[in-house]
Design a protein. Structure first.
Length: 76
């Protein structure tokens, strides 16, 4: 399947939750000791703009969770 348009990069929306968790699962990113719903809730409470999704044709195809602790920044 050829990509004919560029993905839309935007901040996370509440309606993205299921798709983001399914994406994380498909990529092998989920761990039994980390509840993905709680991970999303913590990120939204602390730095909602740091949770970003890539959307193509109305589907979430990627996610980025950025962080900064005052000294270091990182991207997950």
């Amino acid at each position: 399947m050829a990509i004919t348009s560029a993905p839309l990069i935007r901040t996370y929306r509440a309606s993205d939750r299921e798709a983001v968790i399914m994406l994380w699962s498909a990529c092998g990113l989920l761990r039994p000791w980390n509840n993905p719903d709680r991970d999303i809730d913590r990120k939204l409470a602390h730095d909602a703009d740091g949770l970003i999704v890539a959307e193509l044709d109305g589907r979430v195809i990627g996610s980025v969770m950025a962080g900064y602790d005052g000294h270091r920044g990182w991207v997950n």
